[in-house]
Design a protein around this ligand. Structure first.
Ligand code: 5GP
Ligand code: ZN
Length: 116
């Protein structure tokens, strides 16, 4: 459930600082340490899951829950009307750096550079 070497597991466990902006029984959200936009949150499952690619069909309700929290926090952070971006990087070519599944919520500026 918890990976002893995982930085996000350590933040979730309170072993290193990472002041949550949201938490419930399954999800924790923190501000990105190196924000790419005025609002840049990371939405993390409490359980360690290396990536979206590593998820199983049984994990999909949890993935939906992460997106639900992104939707909730976009409204709370007052970027819902202006627009925002929700991103999951997965694996080496997806440029995933931290191997604990997370959703990025980015907003508060025009996000140039269309992907997809
Ligand atoms: P990835 O490229 O894996 O999708 O994104 C990892 C994100 O985690 C990056 O945006 C990076 O700035 C952020 N990050 C890495 N280490 C820490 C940390 O210790 N605390 C916080 N709050 N964010 C982190
Ligand atoms: Zn982890």
């Amino acid at each position: 459930m918890k990976d002893a070497n995982c930085i996000f597991c350590k933040i979730i466990a309170g072993e290193i600082p990472g002041e949550p902006v949201y938490q419930d029984d399954a999800v924790v959200a923190i501000r990105d340490i190196n924000p790419q936009a005025p609002v840049h949150l990371l939405i993390l499952p409490r359980t360690h899951l290396a990536s979206l690619a590593a998820a199983t069909p049984e994990d999909m309700p949890l993935v939906c829950r992460l997106v639900q929290v992104a939707w909730l926090l976009a409204a709370k952070e007052k970027v819902a009307q202006r627009g925002y971006r929700v991103v999951i990087n997965s694996g080496p070519e997806g440029d995933q750096v931290v191997p604990h599944l997370h959703v990025h919520l980015l907003g508060g500026r025009h996000l140039s550079g269309r992907i997809g």
